[in-house]
Design a protein around this ligand. Sequence first.
Ligand SMILES: Cc1cc2nc3c(=O)[nH]c(=O)nc-3n(C[C@H](O)[C@H](O)[C@H](O)COP(=O)(O)O)c2cc1C
Length: 199
Amino acid sequence: MKKRDFLKTGLLGIGALIMPKKSQALEFYPMPSDKKWAVLFGTWCGTARDAGVWISEGMDGIAQVYDVREKPDLSSYDHIIIGSAIRSNEIHPLLKEYLEENRSVIEGKVRGLFAVCGNMMQPVEKEQYDAFIGYQLSPLTGAYDVPAMVFLGRITWGLMEPDVRDRMQQIPGMVEYDNLKRPECMAFGKQVREAAGRG
Ligand SMILES: Cc1cc2nc3c(=O)[nH]c(=O)nc-3n(C[C@H](O)[C@H](O)[C@H](O)COP(=O)(O)O)c2cc1C
């Protein structure tokens, strides 16, 4: 390699290292809309991501869907839906951190809240709404009077951190399951959009 080419390649490499990575929405099928919608989720194993994508589908695909690990800049969005997977009765710590740091950006724009939990495969009741929405997502977002949904999620051993999987597999009766329902997520997306005046 010539010295000049070597230097150029080296500089490009360094540039790639120092350039901040732009956050990317899951742009599967964003549809045109005069208002900008975003779904932001926190997940460990992907259930809350699928819920987010299906919620957007229920809104005819107008919402862009972001993983909180991308630390997206949501300042240009008009309407935001926020949701989290649950572990040990708590929302994802990175989502909590993001909401605390970006409270001023999201405040007044949150149109819907959701959580995804296992609930030992039992139907969701008021207790789960209180624990995940009432005591966590609402106070963190300032959104109290918006549509909210707690979905049943799933367990996939192959996606779990090995130490967590080992611990989970010690729990009597714990099996892989999948209780997240696409139609329920889509219906929630539709409900949120309608409650916001179709945005
Ligand atoms: C370590 C661990 C702890 C969990 N804790 C709870 C819990 O406290 N309450 C609950 O209802 N579900 C709990 N679940 C079930 C998850 O909420 C469920 O698997 C959900 O679908 C995970 O979403 P994710 O795939 O987006 O991470 C737990 C799951 C794991 C692996």
